[in-house]
Design a protein around this ligand. Structure first.
Ligand code: SF4
Ligand code: SF4
Length: 97
């Protein structure tokens, strides 16, 4: 995977345009990487005029940690959606009384 130094990144979009897998996007004028799509080809590193991108080698433990973080985040989102759905159903039930 790659890491973006957001202080150096000027948001020129060169890395985004050159990434063959669509692993990079611009968000609020800064490049952002999606680790699931990155194949580590390093094209973005040569494409960046600011030297703002570096490659990061992940161990299996790092990858598991990232997957767990992502699962926790998704679990929180689903729990919030479930709460909203329950509240909506409660309101509907009260209106139908
Ligand atoms: S290393 Fe390759 S695949 Fe990964 S973000 Fe850079 S250009 Fe895209
Ligand atoms: S090429 Fe470099 S400066 Fe341009 S958006 Fe990507 S990381 Fe930022």
């Amino acid at each position: 995977m790659v890491r973006i130094n957001t202080e150096r990144c000027l948001g020129c979009g060169s890395c985004v345009q050159n990434c063959p897998t669509g692993a990079l996007t611009l968000f609020r004028k800064k490049a952002r990487s999606n680790t699931n799509k990155c194949i580590g080809c390093e094209i973005c590193i040569s494409a960046c005029p600011q030297g703002a991108i570096e490659i990061v080698i992940l161990t299996e433990i790092d990858e598991l940690r990232m997957k767990m973080q992502s699962l926790r985040k998704r679990t929180r989102q689903l729990s919030q959606e479930l709460d909203r759905f329950s509240q909506m159903k409660d309101r509907e039930r009260k209106q139908n009384l």
